[in-house]
Design a protein around this ligand. Structure first.
Ligand code: SAM
Length: 334
């Protein structure tokens, strides 16, 4: 991909860590990026209400009127949620719940509460997002007893963090790796416990050098770990370019789109960051392998599946594994 020497409109150049870094998105772009979590949460809520999967807590996390979504969108969210759920639940079972999950850019996601309902809580579940999103999530948790009731005793809480026995929610700009490490330490992260990192539609909003710093730090610091990354792929073809333009029209600049060129470039970024075992598939391949696919295809009929296939071919799931203690983490793959 051609790199612009002059920052595109909407970007500003700033100094960080004493040196001039690649231009960072303006505050306006950050607001648009944060808004993507509302879109994700309301699409998931709509699909849950239609019966694609069950999640008894999502209505407490997301309020407001329900907007109708196209069946292609709900099937896309089903494939993403179902596959990630399969990986997470396998990971927790494999480690007999003695593990950690760290969700970067968690938004209003309810996986912690789903794990609680399924008796699959890990030792520690840490969520990280921008201040504005964390503040809203803390408010929702505090005001809704079905959410709060799953947390156990709260050890400390203010407007930007919530620390409980097994659940930690902290504020951090993921582009600032130094602060990220401190925030994880404040959440009592344990480097010797098997840890699953999740980025669900997040890295694409972060400049590649910053996401690389996160991937490298995770690979270097944790003995046994899995990194699950769901996001866009094949963004250089015509369909991908239209997706980029649509988001740009909403002020949402995909500053991290460079590694989303192909399945190979996704694998390559993890390999270069020090992850020894990496697999990556597009969501069309994954969707067709899901055992529950026939059931959900009866929920809402599609006249033709061409758009669904195109959409799903432009998202992928990458699973990177480091299994020094040989506990079987390499069985987790796409
Ligand atoms: C598309 S939403 C996905 C939310 C959640 N992972 C899900 O799938 O439901 C992207 C999330 O990443 C967060 N995010 C993006 N860039 C971030 C950054 N630099 N620091 C912290 N959070 C960020 C946004 O605030 C937003 O909540």
């Amino acid at each position: 991909m051609r790199r612009n020497k002059i920052p595109p409109k909407g970007f500003e150049r700033i100094e960080r860590n004493g040196k001039l870094k690649m231009s960072l998105p303006s505050a306006q772009t950050d607001i648009a990026t944060q808004a993507t979590c509302d879109d994700a949460a309301s699409c998931k809520r709509y699909a849950v209400q239609k019966g694609y999967w069950s999640d008894i807590h999502i209505n407490y996390m997301v309020s407001g009127s329900m907007q109708k979504r196209q069946p292609e969108i709900s099937r896309g969210y089903y494939a993403r949620t179902e596959k990630i759920w399969n990986l997470i639940s396998q990971f927790v079972s494999l480690t007999n719940n003695l593990c950690q999950i760290v969700s970067f850019g968690a938004g209003l996601d309810t996986t912690f509460w789903r794990l609680h309902s399924a008796g699959l809580l890990p030792t520690r579940y840490i969520e990280v997002d921008f201040q504005e999103i964390v503040y809203r999530k803390i408010r929702a948790i505090r005001n809704k007893s079905p959410l709060k009731g799953c947390l156990g005793s709260i050890t400390s809480s203010d407007q930007s963090s919530l620390h409980c026995e097994k659940y930690h929610l902290v504020t951090c700009d993921l582009r600032d790796t130094g602060s990220l490490k401190d925030k994880l330490k404040s959440s009592e992260v344990d480097f010797s416990v098997p840890t699953l990192f999740l980025t669900e539609c997040v890295l694409v909003y972060i400049p590649p050098e910053d996401s690389m710093a996160i991937l490298k730090w995770c690979a270097e610091s944790f003995t046994d770990a899995v990194f699950v990354n769901y996001e866009q792929v094949r963004m250089h073809d015509n369909f991908g370019q239209v997706m980029i333009q649509n988001l740009k029209a909403r002020d949402c600049l995909l500053t991290g789109v460079h590694p989303c060129a192909s399945l190979d470039s996704q694998i390559q970024r993890f390999t270069s960051a020090g992850w020894p075992c990496v697999s990556c598939d597009d969501m069309w391949t994954i969707y067709n392998s899901l055992p529950d696919r026939r059931r959900i295809e009866r929920i809402e009929l599609l006249d033709e599946s061409e758009l669904l296939q195109q959409l799903m071919e432009h998202y992928c799931l990458c699973v990177a594994v480091k299994d020094v203690s040989d506990i079987g983490l390499t069985d987790l793959h796409t």
